[in-house]
Design a protein around this ligand. Structure first.
Ligand code: URP
Ligand code: ZN
Ligand code: ZN
Ligand code: ZN
Length: 483
């Protein structure tokens, strides 16, 4: 059974051109004029693009005394409905737990995924066992390792642990990721705010100012440089962090930054809302920032100093958010966005001229496929690639509303926003998951995507680091010690 997408304009990260796309089984079989297949998908007036890849999700994540409410089934259904055809979730060992055991747990969670997925491994503790298991994790196709510099007393790792893990990443060809916030300073600010009676959700933002993120980003960049590894900074939310990444890149360092669509569009005034639920539903780390920070992030995407737009989808219900009534530090951190990332970014990016269509494809799909070493299987419209494709109708509109979303939670942080540009058809490895706007995702269709270590940039960096490594100067005639 073959499908052919006809009459559309293909938009990739580097080209825009008219052609048909023939899909046989789960792969793109041909691209060209006048192709025919068993079933025709009409893309008249539409753009044919690689499916979105969201490299930052937390589905059914154990966190802050509860579990995030979208699991792999509802989360990936939400993803597909918005044009995202792959997610990369975080495998999160509890302190002391084997990394391999944690992979088994995540494999059990993901059996009903509707689209393809991969994992990053979180380094939540450090010891000989973690050191020994890291190469085994890589053998299983998980080549990126996340480090939380925040969440003191829970997920946070210290600098010595981070350095040791980054060095191990250099040896095994892994890519370190960081959540960059100074966890010690955040913990201290939280206690101060609570002691002063500041216990509402707005205090969450006061406890995590941009400087705290900027410092941690600089520190992580320095540690990655010492270890000789590339670095990927997740949820870059402010100019201070962006500036650190931009400066590092200008010096030739291999550092990547990932703003979230929420930070690009929603701002800190959300926390001043008199409705406690409204503000708490938007509590996430880092918090939403002001317009100047948003401008910085948009500029980074068009200038190329920031490469990827993700969601950090970590959805908690209003009931779960209310764990933090009277103490903002107990509000589960996280917001949704999987379903809305592409339409919202298209509307606020392409629709305003802040992004070209090709840049849109780059930051939602192609760049991360390259960074995570799965290109062109994913993130490309080329013969032989997985047929993860969107037929995008730039004229279609909708007003975002929790009432009609796929996500399991009872609200949407983008509620009331009207988007222009929506997927008409979405294909996940050749299967139609959105058919003329109707979602028909199939639980269990999604497959794990294993990745190879030592991406080109890691090899280049380690070659360079080896060349400039300290070398002992061999001397004859060393003078006697002066003592
Ligand atoms: O608030 C957030 N971002 N929750 C999810 C966990 C994380 O820090 O990425
Ligand atoms: Zn984080
Ligand atoms: Zn996250
Ligand atoms: Zn299937």
């Amino acid at each position: 059974m073959s499908n052919v997408i006809k009459n559309g304009t293909i938009v990739t990260a580097d080209r825009t051109y008219k052609a048909d796309v023939l899909i046989e089984g789960d792969k793109i079989a041909a691209i060209g004029a006048n192709l025919s297949g068993d079933q025709v998908i009409d893309a008249t007036g539409c753009f044919v693009m690689p499916g979105g890849i969201d490299p930052h999700t937390h589905l059914e994540m154990p966190f802050m005394g509860t579990y995030s409410s979208d699991d792999f089934e509802s989360g990936t259904r939400a993803a597909l409905s918005g044009g995202t055809t792959m997610v990369v979730d975080f495998c999160l060992p509890s302190p002391g737990q084997s990394l391999l055991e944690a992979i088994d747990m995540w494999s059990n969670k993901s059996t009903r995924a509707c689209c393809d997925y991969s994992y990053h491994m979180a380094i939540t503790w450090w010891g000989e066992q973690v050191f020994d298991e890291m190469p085994k994790v890589v053998e299983k196709g998980i080549t990126s390792f996340k480090h939380f510099m925040a969440y003191k007393g829970a997920l946070m790792v210290n600098d010595d642990e981070m350095l040791a893990s980054f060095q191990r990443c250099a040896e095994i060809g892994g890519l370190p990721l960081v959540h960059a916030e100074n966890g010690d300073v955040v913990a201290s600010l939280q206690q101060k705010l609570l002691a002063e009676g500041n216990n509402g959700p707005e205090a969450h933002a006061y406890s995590r100012p941009p400087e705290v993120e900027g410092e941690a980003t600089n520190r992580a960049i320095m540690i990655a440089d010492m270890a000789g590894v590339p670095l990927y900074v997740v949820h870059t939310s402010c100019e201070q962090s962006h500036e650190a990444i931009r400066r590092a890149r200008q010096k030739g360092m291999r550092v990547y930054g990932e703003p979230l669509v929420q930070h690009l569009v929603l701002d800190e005034t959300e926390y001043a809302n008199p409705d406690w639920d409204h503000a708490a539903r938007r509590v996430m780390s880092p918090p939403f920032r002001n317009k100047q920070h948003q401008d910085s992030l948009w500029a980074g995407l068009s200038a190329g100093s920031l490469q990827v737009v993700a969601t950090d989808h970590c959805a908690f219900t209003t009931e779960q958010k209310r764990f933090g009534v009277g103490d903002f530090t107990r509000i589960p951190n996280g917001t949704g966005g999987l379903e809305d990332r592409l339409p919202v970014l298209w509307t606020y990016g392409v629709g305003t001229g802040r992004l070209t269509m090709n840049e849109f494809v780059a930051v939602t799909s192609t760049n991360i496929a390259k960074i995570l070493n799965m290109y062109p299987k994913k993130g490309a419209v080329v013969e032989g690639a997985d047929a993860d494709l969107i037929v995008w109708d730039p004229e279609a509109t909708k007003t975002i509303s929790a009432g009609s979303q796929q996500s399991a939670i009872d609200y949407n942080v983008f509620e009331g926003i009207t988007v222009k540009g929506l997927p008409k058809y979405v294909l996940t490895r050749g299967e139609i998951a959105v058919d003329n706007g109707t979602v028909q995702a199939k639980p269990g269709h999604g497959q794990f995507v294993g990745r190879e270590p030592f991406m080109a940039v890691s090899k280049a960096l380690s070659t360079w680091k080896e060349l400039v490594a300290p070398r002992k100067v061999e001397r004859s005639g060393i003078p006697a010690s002066g003592v």
